[in-house]
Design a protein around this ligand. Structure first.
Ligand code: AYL
Length: 516
């Protein structure tokens, strides 16, 4: 079927930075950031002032331009100040899941060459352990800063009036981690231009109106929270009520209190909103639109949710490597089971995975995407970059999809290894590498086992070392517990004699999946 283009006119490329783009959409008088639990808040003017003061302070200490600052924080308003302060000062932000173990944080700090780590007191023990052997020279703490750390408030300096000069098309401002189609998590290099153009591309087909509030539990360390909520939503003139961790009842309380017309969620929350008895206690009639992305949303769950809340349910599709959006429902018009239409300045192909030729109309194949939102590449990994961005700019998504005759895309399967647990990425290769360090395991393979509540459960197949008994599930969980974050935990275990592999040594995951 050849190249599929967007039905919307192209957007122009700009040389703005993402902070300039976000500032352009902000109303200085409006309250734009509210901490859900405490109601601590910032107006647009206060937010922009704090960003410039932080940038000034970072610059004065030589911690801004060209430096990498790691944020290991829950969703709080200061996350947005920290991100944009670093961006305004000409630095790079790498975003770390605050529930990571010291082992995982250490790996990311070293890989990203981070100079500074920003956190809160709750995660200080992990932070102190994690910086050992890394280039991090200081830990910055938001709130009370104990001995040996730098208080975030002390970093505020004379405001830096103008954006530090950077080449918007080349400078990497955000470095989230993603495993992509294969292997371990890798730093995804996103430039200012990637984030600015994806903001413009996403806002063209959307019907967002200024001055709205929404509640954001989607973590800012993941691209959905960082770019779609923090950047695109603020650039559209919206206000964010932040939630440090997801709790259904607190979420319902906050959306009721703030009367949010639209919700941004992930499939497990869609299921909860469609089914949970708690929902009946709330009047949610103020909500008329729900956006769901980051993992497959079954048409049945989507329809049930639309019916129960009497709201439009729209999906978005994308990847960290796509800044992250490539498809959304146009002007709020979703179709049951579809993940949206192609956003402006974006081209798609559906490629038959056996022949590598374009698939016929309506037929399934691998979705390839080309556009200015495609990442610059993976940090320190030209091989993975070359395997992912092919033939002059096409990004291989590793997802199987087809289009209908109205241009809606349907994601039907996942070719790549990636497991999605509650919308979070779990890289099988990372779990396998950790399992292989266990003295009683000689080989291991990990796949996702479909699960209604969380999407997929990480399931391990392990081979016992000669003369040993393989550890059981509880033993494996204990062993991996201080090495991997909770959501990466192995949930199902099976002992097998041999891991099925291709002649070249690749694990035949399909073979294992078919056994389920
Ligand atoms: P990452 N349907 C099915 N699978 C999906 C969907 C969807 N709507 N969206 C994402 N995925 C899967 O990097 C798919 O396998 O980014 C894809 O390759 O954590 C993978 O998740 C990417 O995982 C948007 C658009 C948020 C995208 C996003 C975040 C994408 C998550 C809001 O409007």
């Amino acid at each position: 079927m050849g190249i599929i283009t967007s039905s919307f006119p192209d957007v122009a490329l700009s040389d703005q930075t993402i902070t300039q783009r976000v500032f352009a959409g902000i109303d200085p008088e409006m309250t734009i950031l509210i901490d859900g639990p405490t109601e601590r808040s910032y107006t647009g003017a206060q937010f922009m002032g704090a960003v410039k003061s932080l940038a000034g302070g970072l610059d004065a200490r030589g911690m801004g331009a060209g430096k990498c600052v790691a944020l290991m924080l829950p969703n709080i308003p200061e996350y947005c100040i920290a991100f944009h302060g670093v961006a305004w000062a000409g630095g790079t932000v790498t975003t770390i899941n605050p529930t990571y173990t010291a082992h995982e944080v250490n790996h990311q700090l070293r890989d990203a060459s981070a100079d500074t780590l920003v956190t809160i007191e709750m995660f200080l023990d992990t932070a102190r352990e994690a910086i050992k052997g890394t280039g991090v020279t200081q830990i910055v703490v938001i709130g009370d800063a104990p001995e040996g750390t730098v208080a975030f408030s002390d970093l505020m300096g004379a405001p830096m009036a103008e954006q530090a000069p950077v080449d918007a098309a080349e400078h990497v401002v955000a470095l989230p981690y993603s495993s992509g189609t294969t292997g371990l998590p890798k730093g995804v290099m996103l430039t200012h231009q990637n984030l600015v153009v994806n903001t413009d591309q996403t806002l063209v087909p959307s019907d967002l109106t200024n001055g709205e509030r929404t509640v954001v539990f989607l973590p800012f360390f993941h691209i959905y929270g960082l770019q779609v909520m923090m950047n695109i939503y603020l650039a559209a003139g919206g206000a964010l009520v932040t939630m440090p961790r997801f709790d259904l009842e607190q979420y319902l309380d906050l959306i009721s209190e703030h009367k949010t017309p639209r919700l941004w969620i992930v499939p497990p929350v869609a299921l909860a909103l469609a089914m949970h008895p708690l929902i009946d206690k709330y009047d949610l009639s103020f909500t008329d639109q729900i956006f769901c992305a980051a993992a497959p949303l079954g048409a049945d769950v989507g329809d049930a949710l639309a019916g129960r809340l009497d709201a439009r349910v729209n999906q978005g599709y994308g990847m960290t490597e796509l800044s992250p959006v490539s498809h959304i429902s146009p002007n709020g018009v979703g179709k049951s089971g579809a993940s949206g239409v192609t956003i402006p300045s974006t081209e798609c192909r559906i490629v038959n995975i056996d022949t590598m030729e374009d698939a016929a109309d309506g037929e399934d194949g691998e979705l390839w995407i080309r556009g200015p939102q495609v990442m610059k590449g993976y940090l320190n990994n030209p091989t993975a970059t070359a395997e992912t961005i092919v033939d002059g700019g096409w990004l291989r998504t590793g997802d199987i999809a087809h289009f209908d005759d109205e241009g809606y895309v349907y994601i039907t399967d996942r070719l790549k290894e990636l497991i999605k647990y509650n919308g979070f990425q779990v890289a099988p290769a990372e779990l396998e590498a950790e399992l292989l360090t266990h003295p009683d395991i000689v080989d291991a393979a990990v796949i996702g086992k479909p699960d209604d509540a969380v999407g997929e459960l990480p399931m391990a197949f392990v081979v016992a070392a000669p003369g040993k008994a393989a550890p059981d599930l509880a033993a494996v969980q204990t062993y991996l517990g201080d090495r991997l974050a909770h959501y990466k935990q192995v949930r199902v275990l099976e002992v097998i004699d041999e891991v099925p592999k291709s002649p070249s040594g690749k694990i035949l995951r399909r073979f294992l999946k078919d056994r389920l």
